[in-house]
Design a protein around this ligand. Sequence first.
Ligand code: SAH
Ligand code: SF4
Ligand code: F3S
Length: 470
Amino acid sequence: MLDLDTKVHDESRQGEAFSPATTGTQTYTKKFYIESYGCAMNFNDSEIVASILGAEGYGPTRNAEEASLILLNTCSIREKAEQTVRKRLTEFKKIKQQTPGMLVGVLGCMAERIKGKLLEEEKLVDLVVGPDAYRSLPALIAEAGSGQKSVNVLLSREETYGDISPVRLDNNGVTSFVSIMRGCNNMCTFCVVPFTRGRERSRDAHSIVREAAELFANGYREVTLLGQNVDSYYWNNDDGSETVTFAMLLERVALINPLLRVRFSTSHPKDITDEVLFTMMKYDNICNYIHLPVQSGSSRILQLMNRTYTREWYIKKVNRIRELIPDCGLSTDIITGFCSETEEDHQETLSLMEFARYDLAYMYFYSERPGTLAERRYQDDVPEDVKKRRLAEVVELYRGHSQASMEKEVGKIFNVLVEGTSKRSDEQLFGRNDQNKVIVFPRENFKKGDYVMVKVESCTSGTLIGKAMQ
Ligand code: SAH
Ligand code: SF4
Ligand code: F3S
């Protein structure tokens, strides 16, 4: 999902601890440490958790050893993601043994998937809280503090945390995520998300626009609207007099200010409409970039995955995007070695990639997840070495495409939103263009949050290198 780097068969972001940079003037009596795994939505949830804990006097810290509460906000999407969390939990054991009264909690999708069993399996876990139960954290912490093991993994049909202002933790002060919906109603057979996140529900459109407007007022210049399937966003008010589709929401957020860039993720190929594409065309500040996961290039595999589109349908969708928005950046997710995948199916994935020539791709080999439809219905029958060899072929082809996609930008001029100082040099700033490509250029007198016209002079495989136009 959303990420700076190309990931091959790993989580997009792993185990980042949040910086306590932006907690305002509030004074805290206790400290919590949180590590987040998985998708951007999970990271955004950690910001909601930080807000709920802030009201209880807990401030964030980057140092686990000074915290009285350690939280891991976990991901279950692939087996490896869960293994990483288990390893982290054993590492925290030592700190917990040395710190009387310290509580350790597991939040997020793994909490939801394994539920109370986590308390038995991992003896050092005191709290297990699912994605829809964060409002009960204060009560659960109190319960755990008095020596009881606390669990709340109830999923909700209504919870959107719409009224909670997330505490921006992992923060550059320029770009931010805004969750617009929760859960997922698609039953892709490989996927654990419908089980860990529950039914799809859309957040109150007014609270979304309010949050984005507040971010803009606080100096932010880019919001990314988040959902597992943003194009099926659909909200109506209580008396049914107001209905908001995703295209309408996109327009409302774009209208906040032309200087606020708007991005969104993820689009399911079956749901992205012409209306959304027209809205993108109408507003310059809606970025020309679409994350459109294909998963496989074989219609037979797509059907087994229950993606509800065919290879031909996907190709038509990409053609439509390119017809309406010729310079649109396009990224994808691909799974190799799904149940019964043959060499012919795999070749179809490669040929679809040749057609789409993705600017960015997240590629994984299939990891069977307990409880999913694929686990119940199909055999995970592609040997691991074959899955990995196919993945390597997919990655190699992608690398060529992404290199070409970078090289074609040399000589062009882009409007870049500056996000901060380049990791390599204090003298360089970095930002992104509309199509989400990272551009590095000399600092001169520019600063974070500025829009700068930059001419690209060269590139590496992941970065464009340029100079501000005078
Ligand atoms: N809602 C998004 C995807 C969320 S999960 C969508 O529909 O596109 C992010 C990606 O993880 C998926 O697109 C898929 O490529 C990958 N993924 C999900 N389950 C997986 C599994 N069991 N094994 C390997 N990759 C998986
Ligand atoms: Fe999973 Fe499919 Fe929902 Fe994406 S759309 S979260 S892949 S079930
Ligand atoms: Fe992982 Fe849950 Fe997101 S399974 S990808 S953290 S919705």
